[in-house]
Write a protein that binds this ligand. Structure first.
Ligand code: NAP
Length: 298
């Protein structure tokens, strides 16, 4: 078998029997999912390949129906299509239904099934980082797409969640919607400001950054004011993975708190999608190595 070496390992030939999956988004060229999944397929010797598929917002329906017609095994769905694909699905997982967003599609016979692996990926990553979220008291900063998955995940394991967001109405709406999906869960919504951060920081066990504050290239930004002490007993989980250590994580560590970045969530949402498509256990270490090779030490 002819192989060509690349930065992420050998490339196997595409055969008539190769199974194809890919990611639809706009843009998709910066996605680390193709190298992450292709490394995983190679590691297990699976005749699969994963391709980037740039899809303009107006063409999402054509793209998903076309992917089914072309015999693709599945898709990842990224920004800005996670909500738009909703109307095309024959069936939804409970998490995808509750959150109103799909990040993974499987094609089974003629049916289009939607999943949200961000939820399970987040929980797996948090536990792998050494924090058990069951019944904890959590502060989620942000109320966008990533926060939806995180808040739902925490609510599903009995955490008490305060959502703090710059636009209060969005946090209120998120708390209201997810309370309907998880009636037992305890969600509250507040504006993201010093007064509310201060009020919660005394008793909180988990702080999650689900805003882009601190993401490259704005690496000096943070949702936590520099002058405000970070609670030393809390665990800081920043969804950002570029850079690998954010300003918020530095702040938390300087206060003696434990902190983790978002690479684990990226890898574990990918691992769950991989498992949905192939039925094989994902080689998580290989996927970490592939992402690290692409992201470098940024
Ligand atoms: P999004 O849907 O655009 O939501 C962004 C959120 O951040 C909103 O709540 C927004 O508040 C808030 N925000 C934005 N700029 C802000 C500012 N200057 N000050 C205060 N709040 C601000 O984005 P997303 O998809 O949820 O992504 C959020 C972060 O999570 C990004 O850094 C992304 O890279 C990361 N992420 C990581 C993973 C992973 O696997 N690790 C997965 C998904 C996302 P408003 O409502 O007021 O606009």
């Amino acid at each position: 078998m002819q192989e060509r070496q690349t930065h992420s390992g050998p490339v196997f030939p595409i055969l008539g029997s190769t199974c194809v999956v890919g990611v639809i988004g706009w843009p998709v060229e910066h996605s680390v999912s193709p190298p992450m999944h292709n490394a995983a397929f190679r590691a297990l010797g699976l005749p699969w390949c994963y391709v980037p598929l740039p899809v303009r917002p107006a063409r999402v329906s054509e793209a998903v129906l076309g992917a089914r017609a072309l015999g693709l095994k599945g898709l990842n769905v990224t920004v800005p299509h996670k909500q738009a694909v909703y109307a095309l699905l024959d069936e939804l997982s409970p998490a995808a239904r509750a959150i109103g967003a799909v990040n993974t599609i499987t094609f089974e016979d003629d049916r289009i099934l939607g999943h949200n692996t961000d939820v399970g990926g987040f929980l797996r990553a948090l536990r792998e980082a050494g924090f058990e979220p069951q019944g904890c008291s959590a502060l989620v900063l942000g109320a966008g797409g990533a926060a939806r998955a995180v808040v739902y995940a925490l609510g599903s394991v009995g955490a008490q969640v305060a959502i703090l967001n710059r636009t209060l109405g969005r946090a209120v709406e998120l708390a209201r919607e997810l309370s309907q999906a998880l009636p037992e869960a305890r969600f509250a919504a507040y504006p993201l400001n010093e007064s509310h951060l201060g009020q919660y920081s005394a008793e909180v066990q988990l702080v999650i950054n689900a805003t882009p504050l601190g993401m490259w290239p704005q690496v000096d930004a943070s949702p936590w004011p520099e002058a405000m002490p970070f609670p030393s007993e809390a665990f800081c989980f920043d969804l950002i993975y570029n850079p690998r250590e954010t300003q918020l994580m530095r702040h938390a560590r300087a206060a003696g708190a434990r902190a983790a970045d978002g690479l684990g969530m990226l890898v574990h949402q990918g691992a769950e999608a991989f498992e949905c498509w192939t039925g094989a256990r994902a080689p998580v270490e290989v996927m970490y190595a592939a992402c690290t090779a692409v992201l470098g030490g940024k």
